[in-house]
Design a protein around this ligand. Structure first.
Ligand code: THU
Length: 165
């Protein structure tokens, strides 16, 4: 699968984010070693602490379906209120200052203003199942504008299964 396809799946998952409190929608698409994809969105709660991040939704969906070998994850996030502005300015002009890199309407819609790095808890959950040296984390703000990190860069000197098992 191309990186842009995985990112698009993350954007599609973000559309299902349940974010009535923060209005910050996150989507993740996790690719398994055998090429399957599990997506996830963040799901908030009136009691706040039960809120779960998009990345953990995706990872827990995969593990609960029997997959524990992962290649990479694409993550996108941003305030859902700015989505409406982006769409309306695309409607008006077909372009938008923030989206000069976007050639097409599709690329304009599948975009967010900033990269969304995974929180510390999600990095720790990744370290449980993923090889920090090889697992890739794609932080995207459009289908073409993204950065790729290895887990070991985002969670150096991690405490993981190797410390206990
Ligand atoms: N969030 C994620 O889904 N993933 C992250 O890595 C960062 C934060 C969610 C949690 C909460 O619903 C909202 O973003 C604001 O923190």
């Amino acid at each position: 699968m191309q990186e842009s396809e995985l990112i698009k799946l993350a954007y599609e998952a973000r559309q299902r984010a349940y974010v009535p409190y923060s209005h910050f929608g996150v989507g993740a698409a996790l690719e398994t070693a055998d090429g399957r994809v599990f997506s996830g969105c963040n799901i908030e709660n009136a009691s706040y602490t039960p809120t779960v991040c998009a990345e953990r939704t995706a990872i827990f969906k995969a593990v609960s379906e029997g997959c524990r070998q992962f290649r990479r994850i694409a993550i996108v996030g941003g305030c859902v209120k700015t989505d409406a502005q982006a769409y309306s300015s695309v409607d008006r002009t077909g372009r938008d200052d923030r989206r000069q890199a976007a050639d097409t309407m599709e690329e304009s819609i599948f975009s967010t203003p900033d990269y969304c790095p995974p929180c510390g808890v999600c990095r720790q959950v990744m370290a449980e199942f993923c090889d920090p040296k090889t697992f890739e984390i794609l932080l995207a703000r459009s289908l073409r504008d993204y950065k790729v990190y290895r887990l070991e860069e985002l969670l150096p000197l991690n405490f993981g299964p190797g410390d206990l098992l």
